[in-house]
Design a protein around this ligand. Structure first.
Ligand code: HEC
Length: 210
């Protein structure tokens, strides 16, 4: 069992407020998706995490220098923190889109799932010293995810504003078109009627002169 556990989460520990809040959001999405309720996959407190971490360091130190083991694990912690903050941003944007009615529940779920997969890559790759997973499959993908979701939010929001404006303009447009058509029809009707009358009058005057 590693200190962070399979999910890379620990409860409590509010010293780093930004990270603490990000972890709460991540835990919430993991619970929506399922596995957060499995046993031993996360730590219940900072103290529990720290005790397991010290146990790990003791094992690493049978082969590596203790300082090396500590530094390597701290590197993983730092990357996990960054990945958590990035994932929390994606969660925020997905929730914003959902609350504004721009995406449905299913789409939000798949955004959560994708961000979760990339957070796992960053976190596992970080602790297993894989630059490919930590960076390409992990952190870079999370950052691209933030940009993509933010762009999607902006575009769909603009579209929804245009749609609601169109909805306001449409009835006025249709009424104006109807008035214009009726006016044209009336003008034509009057013109044709006048021509008929003048023709009839001309015919009558020819008859009279006869
Ligand atoms: C039984 C001895 C042993 C233990 C215990 C051990 N390691 Fe290692 N570790 C090695 C050996 C040997 C290598 C080099 C493997 C190689 O290069 O193929 C290595 C490689 C590494 C590397 C990769 C270094 C690099 O440049 O790619 C890291 C990081 C590392 N260990 C961290 C740890 C950490 C953290 C722990 C404890 C959680 C740990 N190791 C426990 C023996 C051990």
């Amino acid at each position: 069992m590693t200190a962070w556990g399979f999910l890379g989460l620990r409860e409590g520990d509010e010293d780093d407020k930004e990270w603490f809040e990000a972890r709460a959001k991540i835990k919430n999405t993991l619970e929506i998706m399922g596995p957060a309720t499995a046993p031993e996959v996360m730590r219940a407190s900072y103290e529990e995490w720290q005790a397991t971490r010290e146990d790990m360091i003791a094992r690493c130190s049978t082969c590596h220098a203790e300082s090396y083991a500590r530094r390597e694990l701290e590197k993983g912690d730092a990357l996990l923190r960054e990945a958590d903050l990035a994932k929390a941003k994606i969660i925020d944007i997905a929730n914003m889109q959902f609350e504004e009615g721009l995406i449905d529940d299913k789409t939000r779920f798949s955004i959560y799932r994708e961000a979760t997969a990339h957070r796992f890559s960053a976190y596992m790759g970080g602790f297993h010293n894989s630059a490919n997973y930590a960076w390409d499959e992990g952190y870079l993908e999370l950052v691209s995810g933030i940009v993509a979701e933010r762009d999607h939010l902006i575009v769909t929001k603009k579209l929804s504003v245009i749609r609601s404006k169109m909805g306001q303009i449409m009835p006025i447009g249709i009424t104006a078109l109807a008035v214009a058509l009726v006016s044209i029809f009336l003008v034509l009707w009057v013109l044709i009627r006048n021509r008929k009358i003048s023709k009839r009058k001309a015919a009558e005057s020819v008859q009279d002169s006869n």
